[in-house]
Design a binder for this molecule. Structure first.
Ligand code: GAR
Length: 191
């Protein structure tokens, strides 16, 4: 299964996927492309270090989402991408990609969905004072973090929890759960 990872940030989940492939926790999966909407994102250097092709774009350089997604789709088609993993990609997908990859796009989100959608889910959980939050991997649809849930992990928020300690706990779970889901899907799907 050839996958493209979409990311806007530091790329710790991207790195976790690559590590799982290298250590054979994920089998028969190849990351053939990184797509990023932030040409200066740290994730890009991680891809270059591993010699993974990178496609970057700035949304503002295009008249609308349809036009830049057509460019992305062209890249995906040329590289025969079977499946898309959103790993910290902070944009909603539009009909161009959703229709071309119907049922073949997943996202990792740092909360127990449907709670705390959108940006800064970790801050939202802390502000609300919940005692349990977590991580969700779900299929992507046109909504914000609304597609069918594939799997979740709970993370306890301790009384002395800080933003930093909670981010660390959430990321540890993300870095386990996302590769696990990718492996499960790769072993079930045929391309
Ligand atoms: C991750 O925590 C991911 O769950 C979150 O962005 C972070 C990216 O970190 N995604 C969302 O909030 C999507 N709504 P990373 O760049 O270190 O992988």
């Amino acid at each position: 299964m050839k996958i493209a990872v979409f990311a806007s940030g530091t790329g710790s989940n991207f790195a976790a996927i690559l590590e799982s492939i290298q250590s054979k926790k994920i089998m028969n999966v190849e990351v053939v492309l990184l797509v990023s909407d932030r040409p200066k994102a740290l994730v890009i250097q991680k891809a270059r270090d591993e010699r993974i092709p990178v496609f970057t774009f700035k949304a503002n350089d295009f008249p609308n989402k349809q036009v830049y997604e057509e460019e992305i789709l062209n890249e995906l088609t040329q590289r025969e991408v079977d499946f898309i993993v959103l790993a910290g990609y902070m944009r909603l997908l539009g009909p161009v990609l959703l229709q071309a990859y119907d049922g073949k796009i997943i996202n990792v989100h740092p909360s127990l969905l449907p709670a705390f959608t959108g940006k800064d889910a970790i801050g939202q959980a802390l502000d609300c004072g919940v005692k349990v939050t977590g991580v969700t991997v779900h299929y992507v649809d046109e909504g914000m973090d609304t597609g069918p849930i594939i799997d979740q992990r709970a993370v306890t928020i301790d009384p002395d929890e800080t933003r930093e300690t909670l981010i660390k706990k959430i990321q540890e779970q993300e870095h386990r759960l996302l590769p696990e889901v990718i492996q499960n899907l790769a072993s079930r799907l045929t391309f």
